[in-house]
Design a protein. Sequence first.
Length: 341
Amino acid sequence: MRILVQRFSALGDIMILLPILQQLKAEHPEHEIALLSRPFIGTLCQDLGLQFYGAQLQKEHKGLIGLKRLVKEVNRDFKPDLLIDAHSVLRTKIISKFFALKGVPSESLHKDRQARKAFLESSTPSQAALTPVSQLHLETFARQKIEISFDRAKIKSAPYTLNGEHEEWWTSRKAEINIGIAPGARHKSKEWPREKFIALMKDLERPERKFFLFGGPDEVEVLTELAKAAAVSFEIVAGKLKLDQEIALMKHLDVFVSHDSSNMHMAAWSGRPVVSIWGGTHPGAGFAPYANENNIVSLPEGTLDCQPCSIFGTSTCKRGDFACMQDLAVNRVATKVNSLL
């Protein structure tokens, strides 16, 4: 059977899906599987044994006419027997409808928006925890009689390895103990203050330790300033590597520190210990990192009656002070990191 899976959205969401597709391909090699997503994801699919189709949603595949053209192109090349909508938003629903006109059945991710609202209103979010998104994906496949024995606590690590040039770069720069740091976040409610990251690196600094700072190309200057302010031995990874090589590099680190972000999910897939820092969002919303739920750091539940304030993060704070991040002590994060080294 030829199965087409579609998922757009943020990188972190796709990083939750890819290990599931990795397991699906391993358990069901008889199926041909293709992923329809944003073009920059393509570099991650070859080593997973997946075919890939990149949608140019702001160019030739924009709007209804563009989506119809996209469906025609993918159907002509791949001819799917089944479409899995792993996103379930207006765009993917339209794509599913176009495929239905061609006789291709589909199954969609079930989102419980009422449950998400109740979760945010709960005074004990850990007790009102939602079904993990990974489980929702598994249930989507199961409704089409495709069972995947996926254990989110013991996932297969990403298959990527450093190429020759990057392996040489790593060998020449690694220390006895290597710590990954990703201090960026898309929303302010998910962002620990920069001065706390500086203090964290100072606290963790030892002669045998080196810090590798991850982020986007636009973060290079900020990351350099952070590391210099902490006066630690460091390397800037941001902007240097493609996604598969970033994950391959993460596999060599001793521990990784990040927010609730795409870097958190990438590092978790790499198989290394990940210490994640949470503020306005909550792991109980279904987006906790694979195999690292015991390494989550946040204010104790009940400290703030407004926490969590959103499912995906927000750049506003009804208190005005982002206390969920401002009040999270450096020593709590440092203690967790040191316990894993």
